[in-house]
Design a protein around this ligand. Structure first.
Ligand code: HEC
Length: 116
């Protein structure tokens, strides 16, 4: 009972700790470079389109080039673009493969040859 009460007291603290690094306005993680992304990536669509995406650096660059070629996205100074790509590739990196490895054959039940 007492443990539960202590855990309930600690819960808001741990939530606050997590939220500290997230900008409440845009939902962007405040890692280095995030201000560029705040300024340049929320004008046409929500920043949520950015934060819900996961990609490596090249794929982020491809998306920017695609928006520049087809969606009127403006050009960036090379150092601004590079900082944005660093930010995006580090903060919104591809998810690790979450599928578990196959079960080794040695751990699988042996097949009864009499069964169909
Ligand atoms: C000039 C307008 C404009 C700006 C500024 C802009 N985008 Fe986009 N972006 C678009 C449009 C239009 C789409 C397509 C939206 C849709 O499909 O609803 C899009 C789509 C996306 C997508 C989804 C791509 C996909 O394959 O699903 C991502 C991610 C994205 N933008 C990231 C960014 C980032 C990062 C920036 C800042 C560097 C940015 N956008 C700035 C216009 C823009």
């Amino acid at each position: 009972m007492r443990t539960v009460a202590i855990l309930l007291l600690l819960l808001p603290m741990s939530l606050a700790a997590n939220e500290k690094n997230i900008d409440p306005q845009t939902g962007l993680v405040k890692n280095p470079g995030w201000l560029h992304v705040r300024s340049h990536c929320g004008g046409c669509h929500s920043h949520a389109l950015v934060t819900s995406q996961r990609a490596d650096r090249q794929t982020w660059l491809d998306m920017i080039r695609w928006m520049q070629a087809t969606q009127n996205l403006w050009q960036f100074a090379p150092e601004v673009e590079s900082e944005m790509l660093d930010y995006l590739a580090q903060t919104y990196a591809p998810m690790p493969n979450r599928r578990r490895a196959p079960i080794p054959t040695s751990l699988m039940p042996s097949r009864d040859p009499q069964e169909p």
